[in-house]
Design a protein around this ligand. Structure first.
Ligand SMILES: [Zn+2]
Length: 90
């Protein structure tokens, strides 16, 4: 986990739209999302600034029911932590 070697794999960009899958809202199956921003506050002690800092995070949300797209939430912000996989390593 603490080594950076091996992280330089080239991302695969060789795919077409037909190779992609639809992302649906988990609540209402809507497929249209808008970009919302949530802000996280960082204590000025941590940020080393004069005032508390705000960190903007882009979060897509469903245009129908307003549900955020959990798939793209940083794992720390997910309401459901059962998908955590990176903590348990051999
Ligand atoms: Zn929805």
């Amino acid at each position: 986990m603490n080594t950076i070697e091996g992280m330089n794999q080239t991302p695969t960009t060789n795919f077409g739209l037909k190779d992609t899958t639809e992302v649906k809202c988990e609540s209402c199956d809507n497929t249209i999302f808008q970009n919302g921003i949530i802000f996280r506050k960082v204590s000025k002690l941590m940020a080393g600034t004069d005032k508390d800092a705000l960190v903007p995070i882009n979060i897509p949300y469903c245009t129908k029911c307003g549900e955020t797209l959990q798939e793209l939430l940083p794992s720390e912000l997910k309401s459901d932590n059962s998908i955590e996989t990176s903590n348990i390593v051999v």
